[in-house]
Write a protein that binds this ligand. Sequence first.
Ligand SMILES: [Zn+2]
Length: 289
Amino acid sequence: MRRRVVATLLLALAGAAGAQTYTGPIFDAHLHYNDEAWQAEHTLPDVIGRLQRSGVRAVIANSRPNDGTKTLAAAREQTRAAGITVVPFVRLYRNRADYTGWFADESIHTMVLSELAAGTATGPYRGLGEFHLYDSANANGPVAAKLMQLAQERNLAVLAHVDDTAIDLLMAHAPRARLIWAHTGIGGASVERVHALLQKYPALMGELSYRPGLTGAGGALSAEWKALLTAFPERFLLGSDTWINARWAGYEGLMADARRWLADLPAPVARRIAWENGARLFGLPLTVD
Ligand SMILES: [Zn+2]
């Protein structure tokens, strides 16, 4: 009932603004629930309310450290009541210092193995990440290589914030790994380069938060990205990237922005990117009420 009210509200808002908007379900494939969020104003009821008001029906959850993810995964009654599925990922970071050294730090590998063995209250972890590589050469760090191979062996997805050079290096370690490219090249890899990588690696997916060039004036989808998303409708995912509390505070706005540019795509393509691609990746129903 409440979900129907949300959909009706979204339609009403779109009508008021005079613009089209995508009104279907959203899979948020890049969500963080870090310590500074849940220990401050973004409590479980706050974030579940934001997801629900945004029509988000599933999330890839990860956090620094993993406690936030486990808290969200353990809130099964609340998330079920809100119609939200939590897909937990193991984050490689215990603290901010781990961002820059994880790829060569054996203790990170050990931590990942113990997290995978323990799982979460809502079931096993389904992926690794988000991780960052600020220098693409670090994709060849011993722990980076081991974790890519582990992901491939255990059929875990990997959420990686890296440049296009690192995509090639990571895939060389584990050619069948299900790699999700966070931001699909936040440094602005050309559309042609993204196209070539998607062709080269059939399991590579692109997550679209913070992607430069995706939208232009008035939040409309740019022509070159419209062409790319339409050419590869099964390869892209939406994400919020709640890496700081300001992103949580603006969560509903981020999702409204995404609904705005999704409406510039043919309806079946918009629905795939917003929901079905994520659902298919993790075995969720393609149809939600
Ligand atoms: Zn992120």
